[in-house]
Design a protein around this ligand. Structure first.
Ligand code: SAH
Ligand code: SF4
Ligand code: F3S
Length: 465
């Protein structure tokens, strides 16, 4: 971006992000929203004029982690004070939303508490805190659209793959989960706004876009044609942007996995064969207590349908062990379901009672040692199926989108269509391109391969983005 002569003197901003990809997206947008006020990002907390902790509340000790992190921030602030400099401190994200005033009361070092629906007000809050020294808490769910208010992403950063939030909040109220309380009611951005954002990203050289939402497949927007757009309609439209080569979306709820979306996996080559579809538990009794709105059988039927549309699809999931009342038998049903589906990737967690959620009040809490044991045996099974999926790709030729440098000199790193990390020896100039790679080996967490010698660069890498 061109430097404007009247640009305010550069101040430094440090953001530490916890939690999900939506928080990562929000952190980027906060940094962009603060740019006009002269804030430049720094990786060093010690030199920051403004520190933002973007927090997560999903599992245990999340709030405690924030307070201990604040202890570290306080030390940085004191060190800067000794040099005669001020540091402003903001807590954002889901702990900010859930704890609000309590953070201000417990942590005198905090100047601003701002919930995820109020980030468009951040610049104003920072300016107010700087001029008045007053501490503020902004955790309303305002009626206005925060995305419309946040500035468009400025050009200037080279990025191959980008996240775009299309839907936020959740109306599902699974009994264990804080998200409906921290992110509010389900809300979809308009297709016009999303298409414009993706087109801007494409113009900057982005080749892959991952659409984000707590329940992304519940997306429903008012299309420019007057019709209601589903996630499938949105993906179809985005696939029409020539330089966007890959589309992904996450996270989906089984209940909202409609036929149009399933069929798209078989129809749209730009939609990558990877789907994150949490099932949480294999026992119908536990699924009902979780208020998941599907049975184990519904889930397996759905998986069969998806595999029919796209047989090679990599499935990923989330699973909770030790939900209140879960017996050994219930847990074995979880193991059995995971064993039958055979996930390419999975995230598994011990149930953690979250304040304010219905499940936290249930009496039959599972003791910690049982949770620990169940998690270990589940993870052994998931690990085995992940490695076996990776092994199946050895010997295949896969298109890899290169995103950055590798771990060793001379190496670059990218992703297969199945979201596996792939390392090859190749020139850095290939970053931003897709090349066919012959996969030669599967390591514990990544694949290695060799670029097809007949590879011809499709187009020059966009220079100096
Ligand atoms: N919206 C997504 C997931 C959001 S949270 C969905 O519905 O699938 C990400 C994952 O964290 C959840 O899928 C769940 O497995 C886990 N999780 C959420 N609350 C939890 C809790 N109280 N204890 C343990 N794991 C939890
Ligand atoms: Fe939480 Fe359930 Fe909503 Fe997912 S669907 S965000 S697990 S309440
Ligand atoms: Fe955490 Fe909030 Fe995301 S609780 S997982 S940061 S929606």
């Amino acid at each position: 971006m061109a430097q404007s002569p009247d640009k305010p003197s550069a101040k430094k901003l440090h953001i530490k992000t916890f939690g999900c990809q939506m928080n990562a997206y929000d952190s980027e947008r906060m940094a962009e929203a603060l740019q006009p006020a002269g804030f430049q990002l720094t990786a060093q907390m010690a030199e920051a004029d403004l520190v933002i902790l973007n927090t997560c509340h999903i599992r245990e000790k999340a709030a405690e982690k924030v307070y201990s992190e604040l202890g570290r921030v306080r030390l940085a602030k004191e060190a800067r004070k000794a040099q005669g400099r001020d540091t402003m401190i903001a807590v954002a994200g889901c702990v900010a939303q859930a704890e609000g005033r309590e953070i201000i009361a417990r942590a005198p070092v905090v100047d601003i508490v701002v919930g995820p629906q109020s980030y468009h007000r951040l610049g104003q809050l920072v300016a107010e805190a700087a001029s008045t020294g007053k501490r503020s808490v902004e955790t309303e769910f305002p009626a206005e659209d925060k995305f419309a208010e946040l500035p468009a992403r400025p050009a200037g950063k080279r990025q191959v793959s980008a996240f775009v939030t299309v839907q936020e909040g959740c109306d599902k109220f699974c009994s264990f989960c804080v998200v409906p309380y921290t992110r509010g009611a389900e809300y979809s951005r308009t297709p016009g706004e999303i298409v414009a954002e993706v087109e801007r990203l494409a113009a900057r050289g982005v080749r892959e876009v991952t659409l984000l939402g707590q329940n992304v497949n519940a997306y429903h927007g008012d299309g420019p044609d007057g019709a209601a757009w589903s996630l499938a309609s949105l993906l179809r439209r985005l696939a029409g942007i020539p330089s966007i080569e890959r589309l992904r979306f996450t996270t989906s709820h089984p209940h909202d996995m409609d036929d149009g979306l399933i069929d798209l996996f078989g129809e749209e080559p730009k939609l990558m064969p990877y789907l994150h579809l949490p099932f949480q538990a294999g026992s119908d009794r536990i699924l009902a207590a979780m208020n998941r709105k599907h049975t184990a059988d519904d889930y397996e039927t759905l998986v069969a349908k998806i595999r029919q549309a796209r047989p090679d699809i990599a499935l990923s999931t989330d699973i909770i062990v030790g939900f209140p009342g879960e017996t050994e038998r219930d847990f074995e049903e979880t193991l059995a379901l995971a064993g039958r589906v055979r996930f390419a990737q999975a995230y598994s967690f011990k149930y953690s009672a979250r304040p304010g959620t219905p499940a936290a009040k249930l009496e039959d809490q599972v003791p910690e040692p049982a949770k620990k044991e169940r998690l270990a045996s589940l993870q052994a099974l998931l690990e085995e199926s992940r490695r076996s999926f990776d092994r199946q790709t050895v010997g295949r030729r896969l298109p890899v989108l290169f995103e950055g440098k590798g771990r060793k000199p001379g190496q670059i790193a990218g992703r297969s269509p199945y979201l596996q990390a792939v390392y090859v020896d190749a020139p850095e100039g290939l970053i931003g391109n897709i090349a066919e790679v012959d996969i030669s080996a599967a390591g514990p967490n990544s694949l290695t391969g060799v670029i097809d010698s007949g590879f011809e660069w499709r187009e020059p890498v966009q220079a100096a983005l």
